[in-house]
Design a protein around this ligand. Sequence first.
Ligand code: HEC
Length: 254
Amino acid sequence: MMKKLLGTLIAALALSSQFAIATESLKLDPAPIDTHDVASLQAGARAFVNYCLNCHSASLMRHSRLQDIGLTEEQIKDNLLFSAGKVGEMMNVAMSKKDAKEWFGAAPPDLSVVARARGADWLYTYLRGFYRDPSTTTGWNNLAFDRVAMPHVLWTLQGERVRTEVILKDPSGKDLGDGHGGVRKVLKLEMVTPGSMSTLEYDVLVRDLVNFLVWVAEPNQILRKQVGFWVLIVLGILILLTWLLKKEYWKDVH
Ligand code: HEC
């Protein structure tokens, strides 16, 4: 338990910056998402179908729902239908839970509501937190999810990184007042094989994926927010009218 906690703490530390990390608070990278950004949602849907749906389902999600983010039925059929036969079908996977368990040691969970369970920041940190670790079954480990059974499926894009520790020492040997006597062990993910994407491009891809997962967890949220806005405006007008009416009625009463 303690070890796990410590692991999570170290992981969060390591992620607070891509390279040298020296903060001590438990921190996830804030996901720069915007569920109104339709282009990003579409890119996320494409990435999800291409890279995640082989293993994970999003069974509460119908493919046809993708029309809500501006995709036509044709586009969905041509580009996004791999696992389901028809546009109206749910996003399911062909792989059985039992096979998955045998292959990976853990069944890939359904991702319909993972964004609500884990939060966008965790997902953003997790999908950017893979590193090579020869001691695990898959050869991958993750800063946000120690010894995760999921391999780094986007590694050709992000590249391969390894985890190293560097000792930072204040050159003057002075105590920096941080309680470590001027010496700090800093976790660092070092790139050993670059991927086909730059760090920025990869971050954008993950942002789109997380954006999509957040939207999938609550596809009505866009409409709900718009409706909510107008409901408040109408209520405001009604309050004003009621107040005017009251003034009119009580005008002659003294
Ligand atoms: C090769 C199969 C495979 C692919 C492809 C895959 N995953 Fe996974 N994923 C897994 C497995 C297995 C787990 C369970 C890990 C565990 O419990 O240790 C998992 C776990 C996760 C979790 C953690 C869920 C939780 O709350 O515990 C998230 C989030 C996730 N995957 C997202 C994704 C996304 C996004 C993609 C597409 C970029 C993806 N996965 C592609 C196999 C896969």
